[in-house]
Design a protein. Structure first.
Length: 190
């Protein structure tokens, strides 16, 4: 796999197609999103890395502040902007009740229900999928994005249900702009 990573070293999805840059997700950057387990711009600990990369695949604890009182729902999207794909790889999509201000470790994993959290499909199944970049591809940036939405997401584009829809079909139904948004970037390489 190291050879493949080296060959794809210059192939990166980039920020252009990040949920953060979608017109419906635009909004004031006033949410304070952070984790007690890693700082913005620092390395994501092994506990939150995918199992194929030697981690435990637990979603990190998250906390936020600044949710507007008029928010109908929160949308959390985790994407790898350095994946060697056309668009950033989606590691998690979740809908949260607007009165939540924290998520404990593992709250975004499939089969770990937390009241007020609806974990949807990611690119690799259901729920949080920890970082597992190709060996030798270099440093990857994982962007945790939280959006306070003016209206709740209740359906997905196309025939799929909200729980089975691909992430892009869910994001396509968001009516914006977002009331507020916040971002936390984590790093990982192998």
């Amino acid at each position: 796999m190291t050879i493949l990573g080296t060959l794809l070293k210059n192939k990166r999805a980039g920020e252009a197609h990040l949920a953060w840059n979608l017109p419906a997700m635009a909004g004031p950057e006033v949410l304070g999103l952070h984790s007690s387990e890693f700082e913005h711009g620092s390395v994501i600990p092994k506990a939150h890395i995918g199992k194929r990369a030697g981690g435990e695949n637990h979603s990190p604890a998250l906390a936020w502040s600044g949710i507007p009182a008029s928010a109908a729902q929160l949308l959390l999207v985790v994407q790898d902007i350095d994946s060697p794909t056309r668009t950033p790889f989606v590691h998690c999509v979740a809908l949260l009740e607007p009165d939540l201000v924290t998520l404990p470790t593992g709250a975004l994993n499939a089969g770990s229900p937390v009241q007020g959290v609806r974990v949807l499909r990611s690119e690799m199944g259901h729920g949080y999928s920890g970082p597992e970049p190709i060996k030798g591809h270099g440093l990857h940036r994982y962007v945790f994005q939280l959006f306070a939405l003016p209206t709740a997401v209740t359906s997905a584009e196309g025939d799929a249900t909200l729980d089975t829809a691909k992430p892009r079909a869910v994001l396509a139904t968001v009516s914006g702009p977002a009331l507020a948004r916040g971002r936390l970037d984590g790093l990982y390489t192998r």
